[in-house]
Ligand binder design. Structure first.
Ligand code: G1P
Length: 288
C-alpha cells in the first residue's frame, strides 16, 4: 500500500464569515470545545500515519506558528503550580523539530494557488490535503479512509458527501461515470455550479490525496470561478490521465467555515463529551 507521509494544510483564508473575531485570530484557531480547529486536523493526519505537515499560510496567521511551539513562561508557571495535566496537554501540541513547516502564500490567488505553493516541499510523492475548517467526526479518521483506498485510484482522490441540491454551489461537484461501493469514478468535476448546472449532488469536502503531477497542471491553470485559481479545475484537466476518484466517507462533516456549522459542531462535540455531555444536554433542553 502506498504510504502517505506528507500533508498540506492551506490556512491562508481570511475567514470573513467570522469577522470581527478573525481580524485578530486566524479562523483555524477558533476552538470547538477547548481545541482549535487546526489541532483536530493535525490529530486526524497523525492518526492516519502522516508524519510531516506543511501549512500554507498568509499574513496575520502567526498565531498558528506560535500555537505549535513551546510557551516557556506558561509551561514554567504550570510546572511550578503542579498543574501537570494541563502542562502535558499544551506540550503535546508541540511537534518534533522539523515535523511542521510553514510557507507563505504571498498573494490570495485561490485554493489551487495555495496548493501550488507546496510544490517544493512535497516534491515527487502522493500527498494529502486537509482543510481544517471542514471538521470531520468519524470513527475512522477521514484522511485514513482515503489513504486506505488510494491504491485503487489512478492518482487523484477526494472525499465526498451527498449534499442537498440547493447546497451544491458551495462545492466542487462530481460528474459520476460509475460507482462501486463507496468509490465513485468521475468523468468530470465542476467548481461551485448552480443547482441547475450541477452534474450530481456528490460534493467534495476538504480532504484529498493527490498525485504530485498536480503541480505541473496548477502551474498553467487559469483563474476560474471568482477569478481564483481553482484546484477543482486542475483536477478536472487531469481526469483523462490520472482519473478522479471520489470516496463517500463515513462520518459527519461540520462546515466550521460558517457560523452555523460551527455552532452545530460545538453542540455535537459538547453532547458527545464524556465529562460535559450530560450537563450540556440538560441545559440545552431549556432552549428547545
Ligand atoms: C474548496 C474547494 C471546493 C470544495 C470545498 C470543500 O472551496 O474549492 O471544491 O468542495 O473547498 O470545503 P471553498 O470552501 O474554499 O470555497
Amino acid at each position: 500500500m502506498t504510504a502517505i507521509a506528507k500533508a498540506v494544510m492551506p490556512v491562508a483564508g481570511l475567514g470573513t464569515r467570522f469577522l470581527s473575531v478573525t481580524k485578530a485570530v486566524p479562523k483555524e484557531m477558533l476552538p470547538v470545545l477547548n481545541k482549535p480547529l487546526v489541532q483536530y486536523a493535525v490529530e486526524e493526519a497523525f492518526a492516519a500515519g502522516i508524519e510531516q505537515i506543511l501549512f500554507v499560510n498568509g499574513r496575520g496567521k502567526n498565531a498558528l506558528e506560535d500555537f505549535f511551539d513551546h510557551a516557556p513562561e506558561l509551561e514554567a508557571r504550570l510546572a511550578e503550580s503542579g498543574k501537570t495535566a494541563l502542562l502535558s496537554r499544551i506540550e503535546s501540541t508541540v511537534p518534533a523539530g522539523g515535523q511542521f513547516a510553514f510557507v507563505r502564500q504571498t498573494k490570495p490567488l485561490g485554493f489551487g494557488h495555495a496548493v501550488l505553493c507546496a510544490k517544493n516541499w512535497v516534491q515527487n510523492e502522493p500527498f494529502a490535503i486537509l482543510l481544517p475548517d471542514d471538521l470531520m467526526m468519524c470513527d475512522q479518521p477521514c484522511i485514513k479512509q482515503l489513504a486506505d483506498q488510494y491504491d485503487l485510484s489512478m492518482g487523484n482522490m477526494a472525499a465526498v458527501v451527498d449534499v442537498a441540491p440547493h447546497a451544491v454551489s458551495a462545492y466542487g461537484v462530481l460528474d459520476i461515470a460509475s460507482q462501486k461501493g463507496d468509490l465513485l469514478q468521475t468523468k468530470g468535476v465542476v467548481e461551485k455550479p448552480t443547482t441547475e448546472q450541477a452534474p450530481s449532488t456528490k460534493a467534495i469536502i476538504g480532504r484529498y490525496i493527490l498525485h504530485p503531477d498536480i503541480f505541473k497542471v496548477l502551474e498553467t491553470q487559469q483563474p476560474g470561478v471568482g477569478g481564483e485559481i481553482q484546484l477543482t479545475d486542475a483536477l478536472s484537466r487531469m481526469i483523462p490521465t490520472h482519473g478522479l476518484t471520489g470516496l463517500l466517507v463515513h462520518g459527519h462533516r461540520f462546515d466550521c467555515g460558517s457560523v452555523e456549522g460551527m455552532v452545530e459542531a460545538q453542540v455535537a462535540y459538547g453532547l458527545r463529551d464524556p465529562l460535559m455531555g450530560e450537563k450540556i444536554r440538560a441545559s440545552l433542553m431549556r432552549w428547545l
